[in-house]
Design a protein around this ligand. Sequence first.
Ligand code: SF4
Length: 383
Amino acid sequence: MSFQEISVLQSFLNRGYSRRDFLKFCSYMAGALALPKSSAAWIEKALTAPKRTPVVWLELQDCAGCSEAFLRSSNPTAAEVVLDVLSVDYHETIMAAAGKQAEEAKAATIAAGGYILVVEGSISLGNDGVYCCIGGRSSEDLIREAAANAVAVVAVGNCATFGGIPKARPNPTEAIGVMDLITDKPVLNIPGCPMNPVNLTATVVHFLTFGALPEMDQLHRPLFAFGQLIHNNCERRGHFDAGEFVRAWGDAGHRAGWCLYQMGCKGPISYHNCPIVRYNDGTNWPIGAGHPCIGCSEPDFWDQDTYYPITLQEHLPANTYPAVGEVKGTVTPEGAAVTAGAVGVVAGAALAFGYTVMTGRAKGITPEANEEEPSEEGHEHHP
Ligand code: SF4
């Protein structure tokens, strides 16, 4: 069987994995795509058929973190299988060819059409694009050419989706994201800093299975990955509900795994499946490691006073409490602050206890574990 005809199943077998591993992968992808369990059979069927979808991967104004995240996936459930089947015809960072040879590979793929264009990094418009040129051509010129014959454009990482760190104030290079430039093609955004490779793999699997990009929100993000607030699925949510907050780096609450809201956590206003999928093959994620969410899946995250601590002062009735499963776009930072001050001691304790029992993750965490006296803020302020 030629490389051109290889299927995902064949790729698994070639790498020494079993058909059982392949079926597990199909079930995992169905879960990642938030599809019913039965849809694993559709995915299995689609990924058993020999198929080759070429990819052109442009790397523009960025740090290569998304490429790193993708290539560092260590098991066949992510990048390597997709790379086998998709055939990345052009990727400046990882392709063996260079110079004229690389440019010819890209030109041939673009001329043939029918490829997926993956873009990593922002586009620089300032001073005729002089801040980001490859082979003497501006990033705007390169992306317009590459998008022309693509069947779909997938922007990965916050730089390609929303401009990211290059676009942070004062945006000296006049950086923009892909969807601000390419408006005549379907553009799917997989933000994050870096993007989670599971979300790219699932998007590709969806494309191979259904021949279309997954359903998106108003910011072009796939709903399977960005349909819920981080705050709704956070393992520290029970502590938020109970008014148990970290108040200083390294304090007893921090060591005990309490809520990071007062330390500037953007989980209540950020949509991402981080708490479920996690990073590095599910090993951990920022909040799990004791760092507040910086909202890297949202536009302009670097300008949001990321590390600015938040003071909780308002005490409002408990009917302002945002339910788990909140409809997208209805929770504001103010709403989250209100929530923190509004939950009753009994309800909070019950929720925290329920959470502890359900997950076993808050084991051993008690109010006594916090050596500091509670301040006027936090869990003393319940109506
Ligand atoms: S504020 Fe942040 S740390 Fe606290 S529960 Fe929400 S997402 Fe988790």
